[in-house]
Design a protein. Structure first.
Length: 336
């Protein structure tokens, strides 16, 4: 483990405070953006073949030797047939003589033979990506903060730096071809872009109620921390996995990281708080999505009690998974 899990990955500037002391809304929080449902069906589980690309495996499993031989070398075709059936792209990729170029040719063969349509963009770093996944991935890479990019790619520092320097992107091919981005990195980006859409949508709906609550999936935890620490009055700081050098004297440093149940409870409370009056938002699907995606993960983060002025009080809770960068910010407040 790399010392304190939440040291500063990059130098970031502080965002300005709004009238209630919350950070300015970023492009990733736009309720009309790709994070919030304007794209079509997405890959919703951590698999290496998007639903629209399943025909690649069907092609490899069912096409005749003669058909496969149109697109691939004969020796490779023989190896594919001997290794059938395939249930994952990793299995197909593991066939002797199969490589990146041959996977691209397999995708082309599946497309030409009608096993897939153009809704399957292609295979990049052994990940079969759909057009909908591509839209979400491009939006993610182009809009998230520097800090979140490093959180999603904790072991690909150079890749994260190069992605940030190469923005904006228009295709997943451009992301994949960036120096320092490989199989693990690209899959992490796909997962960050597509696996938590229901929870992201719930967060937008809760925040847009304007019922003294904010629930956010994509955010810069360092800016959120600093915004609270330098408010009008700081009433309490409890953190776990965060470098103590980032915190003021008197902060409580909790030894244990947060688990999925703690993260879920914070999000659930925020939904209930926002729904305490008026027409409620149904949080069932979003919370179930968070519960599934947070399962088995460990999170660094903080509980922050602070006030931006003498007439209000805020409780800000943020959690970030130490491996995937899955982030949840759950905030409630009162005001006179």
């Amino acid at each position: 483990m790399r010392g304190f899990l939440a040291s500063i990955a990059v130098v970031v500037g502080l965002a300005g405070c709004g009238p209630q002391g919350v950070l300015a809304q970023g492009p990733q929080d736009d309720p009309n953006g790709a994070f919030n449902g304007s794209v079509g069906p997405l890959t919703t589980t951590d698999v290496d073949v998007a639903p629209e690309c399943q025909g690649i495996l069907t092609f490899a499993n069912n096409a005749s030797f003669a058909t496969l031989d149109i697109y691939l070398p004969s020796d490779l075709v023989a190896n594919i047939i001997a290794a059938r059936p395939f249930s994952t792209l990793a299995g197909l990729s593991g066939v002797s003589q199969m490589g990146a170029v041959r996977l691209t040719q397999t995708h082309q063969g599946a497309l030409t033979e009608g096993y897939i349509t153009s809704s399957c963009v292609g295979i990049f770093d052994e990940l079969a990506v759909s057009t909908d996944d591509q839209t979400a991935m491009v939006n993610l890479v182009n809009t998230i903060s520097d800090q979140e990019m490093h959180d999603i790619l904790p072991y690909a520092w150079n890749g994260a730096v190069n992605l940030l320097g190469g923005r904006p992107y228009t295709t997943v091919a451009g992301i994949s071809n960036t120096s320092g981005i490989g199989q693990v990195s690209l899959r992490n980006l796909r997962n960050a872009a597509t696996l938590t859409i229901p929870f992201t949508q719930l967060g937008v709906a809760i925040t847009n109620l304007h019922h003294d609550a904010r629930l956010v999936r994509h955010f810069n935890w360092y800016e959120e921390l600093q915004n609270a620490l330098y408010g009008y009055q700081l009433n309490g700081v409890t953190c776990f996995g965060v470098d103590p050098d980032l915190l003021p004297n008197g902060s409580v440093i909790r030894p244990n990281l947060a688990n999925a149940s703690e993260v879920y409870a914070a999000a659930q409370y925020t939904v209930q708080y926002a729904n305490r009056y008026g027409t409620p938002v149904d949080g069932t699907a979003g919370l179930a999505n968070l519960q599934a995606q947070a399962a088995g993960k460990s999170f660094f983060g903080c509980y922050l009690e602070w006030a931006p002025d003498p007439w209000s009080g805020y409780t800000r809770r943020f959690f970030v998974d130490t491996v995937s960068g899955l982030g949840v910010l759950a905030e409630t407040w009162w005001s006179e």
